[in-house]
Design a protein around this ligand. Structure first.
Ligand code: HEC
Length: 278
């Protein structure tokens, strides 16, 4: 009996410990949301998918006018065409994805135990190409952004559902991304959090800073400044440069980890990509 109790107690301890570890991203998420709920008490949770337009009525009206004739429409068409055009071996992208690649963006990025890597949607697109004997696409714009836009478009309305299992590898990637988000960098010595958390809603030069909550729902984004569509890692590079930090390479482990944390923070918000921004 005593032995059994000891075992039970040990098991109890073990499961309590693993719950504590697993609870941490969930706890982060809770605090992240609570912070914005307090900062912008009039903004409903589901509104955050609209970035800066969720908190700024003036620019929202211009943006709504733009969204009536979306500048990314052609990109979705091109992406759809590329997605359905067979590779030289006769297969298509659909063969690489769950549900033939339709309506699945909400599950990305995810942690792949077999490779020990975070898999972003763009990484999966290029992986599909190399598995089928095709050259990889360039990462930040062009065809990969179009395909990503099409896949995002088919996922509209699905809720962000990034999973961080409690095991070591996934937790390490999540923590790396979280550290990136809060780490000060560059000559300006500023973190993502400095601009998109603590100063969300404040102006920096001519720009109003968007809340980080909801950042990931609408990518890739057609940006007037870019004159075209760009992926999330293009945006990360731009934001790193704003503080005069050297950007990391697109799809580097660092940005993949950042996207993992960043997207997890928007769990529960619907996908509404691609989006348009000035
Ligand atoms: C010096 C301030 C500053 C820092 C630091 C900064 N950004 Fe930004 N970021 C901006 C500005 C300005 C914009 C354009 C206006 C907006 O949407 O906030 C922007 C836009 C974005 C967008 C696009 C939002 C949308 O709705 O399309 C994302 C995503 C983003 N930043 C992520 C990040 C991440 C992740 C980091 C850390 C690597 C970061 N930013 C660091 C200033 C900053």
């Amino acid at each position: 009996m005593k032995k059994l109790l000891t075992i039970a107690a040990t098991l109890g301890l073990i499961s309590a410990a693993s719950v504590a570890v697993q609870a941490s991203p969930q706890q982060d998420l809770k605090e992240f949301r609570a912070y914005f709920a307090e900062r912008f008490p009039d903004v409903p949770f589901k509104e955050y998918v609209n970035g800066v337009y969720s908190i700024d009525q003036a620019s929202r009206e211009q943006w709504e006018a733009i969204e009536e004739f979306p500048p990314y429409e052609l990109n979705i068409d091109n992406g759809k065409q590329a997605f359905n055009t067979p590779f030289k071996n006769g297969k298509t992208y659909a063969s690489c994805f769950r549900n033939d690649g339709v309506g699945i963006k909400q599950d990305y990025p995810y942690y792949d135990n077999a490779t020990g890597k975070v898999v972003t949607l763009e990484a999966a697109i290029n992986e599909c190409r190399s598995d089928n004997g095709e050259e990889p696409l360039k990462w930040q714009k062009g065809e990969i952004a179009d395909i990503s836009a099409y896949m995002s478009y088919t996922s509209r309305g699905n809720k962000t559902n990034v999973v961080v299992p409690g095991d070591e590898g996934a937790m390490a990637a999540y923590t790396r991304g979280k550290n990136h988000f809060y780490a000060k960098r560059g000559q300006l010595n500023m973190s993502c959090a400095d601009c998109h958390l603590w100063n969300a809603g404040n102006r920096i030069r001519a720009d109003l800073l968007s809340p980080a909550l909801g950042h990931t729902t609408h990518f890739p984004v057609y940006r007037s400044k870019w004159g075209g569509l760009g992926t999330m890692h293009r945006r990360y590079g731009g934001c790193n440069k704003q503080v005069r930090a050297k950007p990391f390479k697109p799809q580097s482990d660092e940005y993949q980890a950042l996207e993992y944390f960043h997207t997890y923070m928007s769990n529960g918000l619907v996908m509404n990509g691609p989006g348009a921004r000035k």
